[in-house]
Design a protein around this ligand. Structure first.
Ligand SMILES: [Zn+2]
Length: 467
């Protein structure tokens, strides 16, 4: 199999991915700031990185996948205050919404999912290192800043020049305490009524950038393989994560992957679009597996222009694939065994070229449907297996128990078992020529509205339509 090639935002090139430790891959992805309900832009990022993770796992790597929760931030505090709710209750409410959305879309739970407020000790340790080595300073107002002019390298991802930067906008009214207006806050002094934690430089709360550097170090060590997030995080968030971690002497991320946005009319989705793009709202229109299929279908570095008609078309296309798998399963009498084809592997190894991978699914769908018409088991089996293999990597395998309809499916499953049991009893009654008993079972089923049809794959039951 060819080697995995991935893009790197830092070098702007696609190159062979070689992990730091053979057979293992460590990934840190910036998670949600849990201040409002998840929309499809948030969840697209999660789906893109979940596809990467599943592909690495399929390729034989042991993957440590860290996605944090930012559970303290200006917006969380403001909204909680407006709602007269404790900030932690506000954060927990939305953290649960995010977890539910990830689950609805079959995004694997992270290996660890650290919350920012659970890592204040590690943040203080990191600030101490930065102050001790002269990279950061505490001017005495309770804030702690990183001194950007002292950095060996800065802005390697975005390619900007320090002199062109606007003053860092993460502190209020304290610009005069900074040595340079571009210095950014590691730690923010406590304000009246806000939560705070004690530090040697005064009580306060963490800056967003510091959280990720501290949590990545805690769970993945000084250096790790891949750091991911949305395009909008490149500056200032990721540049500042690099600045802090490298100034502390850590190697930090070896490769940077950024997913593009979900857009509407070419614009990044914004709050002004209201609730229409909330995951919860869209899941009233399509199923989780269909939304995942849609969000995962574009290349992760391409913008995905959202429209209801595009979503609907995508869902219809997915249902055709599902229908084929169902017919193939009936024809073969068993679920197709997932097989990841060489063509699909080649696409995924080429910087996760999902659109090319989808072309292999379409091709298999065409061949497989022809195979059903021709009653060609070999062709149907191969096509169905390769489709299932590809869908598994994309997290969209309809046979995955994750997507079972928990509401009705258990009942249908139980009903199927009971009817099959009755049919077995009927068959054995006929074998011993006890026609009275076999007729009684048939009549009993009929009275319940259950009809039996004999097919090549054995008897199939259905419930009679009421006329
Ligand atoms: Zn982050």
């Amino acid at each position: 199999m060819s080697a995995l090639n991935l893009y790197d935002t830092a070098t702007r090139e696609v190159g062979v991915f070689t992990p730091l430790k053979s057979g293992e891959v460590s990934i840190y992805v910036c998670g949600a700031t849990v201040q409002a309900s998840p929309h499809i832009g948030h969840i697209r990022s999660a789906v893109n990185f979940d596809i990467l993770r599943r592909w690495l796992m399929h390729s034989g790597f042991e993957v440590s996948f860290i996605r944090n929760v930012t559970d303290i931030d200006d917006k969380i505090l403001q909204k909680a205050a407006q709602e007269k709710t404790p900030w932690w209750a506000h954060a927990m409410k939305y953290e649960r919404e995010f977890t539910a959305a990830f689950s609805a879309l079959n995004v694997l739970p992270p290996t660890y999912e650290p919350r920012a407020t659970g890592h204040i000790t590690q943040m203080i340790e990191l600030m101490q290192i930065l102050i001790d080595n002269g990279s950061a300073y505490a001017p005495g107002n309770g804030d702690v800043y990183l001194e950007v002019r002292k950095l060996q390298r800065y802005l390697v991802l975005s390619g900007q020049r320090i002199d062109d930067l606007m003053p860092a906008a993460d502190t209020d009214g304290a610009i005069s305490m900074k040595r340079d207006p571009r210095d950014f806050a590691l730690w923010k002094a406590a304000k009246p009524g806000e939560p705070s934690w004690p530090t040697p430089w005064g009580a306060g709360r963490p800056g967003w950038h510091l959280e990720c550097s501290a949590m990545a170090h805690t769970y993945l060590g000084e250096s790790f393989d891949i750091h991911g997030g949305g395009l909008d995080l490149i500056f200032p968030h990721h540049e500042n994560e690099i600045a802090q971690s490298e100034a502390a002497g850590y190697g930090f991320a070896k490769r940077w992957l950024h997913n593009a946005w979900v857009t509407q009319s070419g614009e990044k989705m914004s709050k002004s679009l209201g609730n229409s793009l909330l995951v919860e709202t869209i899941l009233e229109r399509v199923r989780g597996i269909e939304l995942r299929w849609y969000l995962g279908s574009a290349h992760y570095r391409s913008m995905l222009e959202y429209s209801e008609s595009a979503l609907d078309e995508s869902a219809v296309a997915f249902r055709r694939i599902e229908a084929f798998l169902k017919r193939a399963t009936e024809m073969m009498g068993e679920l197709p065994t997932p097989i990841v084809s060489d063509a699909f592997s080649a696409a995924m190894n080429d910087d996760l070229a999902v659109p090319t991978g989808l072309a292999t699914i379409s091709e298999n769908l065409r061949t497989g449907n022809q195979g059903i018409t021709d009653a060609d088991h070999v062709v149907v089996s191969k096509s169905a297996s390769e489709i299932r293999g590809a869908l598994g990597i994309l997290g969209c395998d309809p046979c995955d128990s994750h997507f079972e309809d928990k509401s009705g499916n258990d009942m249908t499953h139980a009903m199927d078992g009971v009817v099959k049991l009755a049919l077995q009893e009927r068959a054995s009654a006929r074998e011993r020529k006890d026609f009275k008993a076999s007729d009684a079972i048939r009549d009993g089923l009929l009275a319940l509205g259950i009809t039996i049809e004999d097919t090549a794959q054995g008897p199939r039951w259905s419930i009679m339509e009421k006329s």
